[in-house]
Design a protein around this ligand. Structure first.
Ligand code: URA
Length: 421
């Protein structure tokens, strides 16, 4: 076998067998195949796609490239394909845990606009995001929930291939995304999986058709591996909630857990939370919605968050936010037609809320809080957003440029497009 023949076979549109893919993937992990040949292989996949069988085999190869965790209890994992202002895990994990669902959540740091879930949690003073597998299991047995950084040597093939995809224009490929996400979900040991698949300008999947295809494949992989899997296709045409930036997002999550969340975030956590609960407890979704709504209204989700923060060494009263605030005022009146989520994310990163490179330090205190969302009425001089800054600054115009106005009323966008099981 050799890599050139395998690339040529793919280029001719022929189906690769598992042995050929294993040769390439493990050859790359073991540094026998160089970056430039792997890049050509990945680009061939991106352009020509893969059959379901190839995607399933590729997932299995990546899954078994490292450790596969055994948690020893039933648990539900929730995954998001990522979006601006996406603090859903911070609300959902304690919320469903307060209803008896076990959540052993392994999350990442962000290389994107804002930090990942782990960076957000570390905005809480003292919060520890690393523990041993035994400690994780004990904490979940005790309080139903733990949120930690990646542990063990899970899917080293994905780690190495993802880093290459990031710099070779090969991230946006359905077979590569499906195998990357599902290999990690399967390796981290949860028995049920709910995926929040973001769709829109601010997401990896730009159209509903692409997102449906990705969802179909991921659900198929989950089921073939004996995991109940559900994909929810959700709107990412504007940031989720109002806050973008690490401490700011934690504070918005706490408000949501107290029942005072922004309507889109609230709707999302009720939908995802009820699916997690229904999946875990074999309940009708309507019943599960009732339980989740109650847990938001009566504060049991919030109490579970306090318990989680305490268990992981954090002080919930210490979530620092910068006191330097720039108010961004509207220059015109109208209805908000569009908010460029990616640009808002990019501005937050420029403030220091996210990383450009792996080793950059995040500033948890900075970010942007929007005051208007799509469909809202704006009068000239109204505050569009507050910018929380420290050392790095952005201008009012930078933020104003993210908004697009219409003279006609604008309908608020639908949040949940479709559920695929
Ligand atoms: N998230 C992942 O984990 N992998 C991808 O390929 C894309 C998003």
């Amino acid at each position: 076998m050799n890599i050139l023949d395998i690339i040529a076979k793919k280029e001719q549109g022929l189906e690769l067998n598992k042995a050929e893919m294993e040769y390439v993937v493990m050859g790359y992990v073991n540094a026998e195949i160089p970056d430039y040949q792997m890049s050509a292989f990945l680009m061939a996949i991106k352009i020509l796609g893969m059959s379901d069988k190839e995607i399933i085999d590729l997932t299995d190869i990546m899954l078994h490239s490292g450790e596969v965790l055994e948690l020893g209890f039933d648990s539900v994992d929730k995954h998001s394909t990522g979006g601006v202002g996406d603090k859903t895990t911070l609300v959902l994990a304690p919320l469903v845990a307060s209803l008896g669902v076990k959540v052993a959540k392994m999350s990442g740091r962000g290389l994107g606009h804002t930090g990942g879930t782990i960076d957000k949690l570390e905005a809480i003073e003292g919060f520890k995001t690393s523990m041993s597998l035994d400690e994780l299991k004990t904490q979940v047995e005790d309080i139903n929930v733990a949120i930690v950084g990646q542990m063990g040597n899970l899917c080293p093939a994905d780690k190495k291939i993802y880093a290459l995809r990031d710099v070779t224009g090969t991230v946006a490929s359905i077979p590569l995304i499906a195998s990357s996400i599902m290999s990690k979900k399967l390796a981290s040991g949860s028995s049920k999986i709910v995926i929040d698949l973001k769709v829109g300008a601010g997401a990896l999947m730009k159209t509903l058709d692409e997102a449906k295809e990705l969802a179909r494949v991921m659900v198929k992989i989950g089921h073939l591996n004996g995991r109940k899997t559900i994909c929810v296709l959700t709107n990412m045409e504007q940031p989720l909630g109002y806050a973008v930036g690490n401490s700011l997002e934690v504070l918005e999550s706490l408000e949501t857990l107290k029942g005072h969340g922004p309507s889109d975030l609230n709707e999302l956590v009720i939908n995802l939370g009820s699916l997690m609960l229904a999946l875990d407890k074999d309940l009708a979704v309507e019943k599960a919605i009732e339980y989740v709504q109650n847990a938001l209204e009566n504060g049991t989700g919030y109490e579970k968050m306090i318990e989680l923060v305490k268990h992981q060494g954090g002080d919930i009263t210490k979530i620092p936010v910068s006191t330097n605030i720039l108010e961004v005022k509207a220059l015109t009146s109208g209805f908000v037609k569009h908010i460029d989520a990616l640009k808002i994310g990019e501005l937050a990163r420029r403030l220091g809320a996210g990383r450009m490179t792996k080793n950059d330090q995040i500033d948890p205190e900075v970010g942007i809080v929007l005051h208007k969302k799509i469909g809202d009425v704006v009068k000239q001089g109204d505050s569009l957003a507050s910018v929380y800054y420290n050392k790095k600054q952005i201008s009012e115009l930078d933020v104003i440029d993210c908004f697009c106005f219409s003279e006609q009323p604008v309908v608020k966008p639908k949040l949940i497009y479709e559920i695929i099981k």
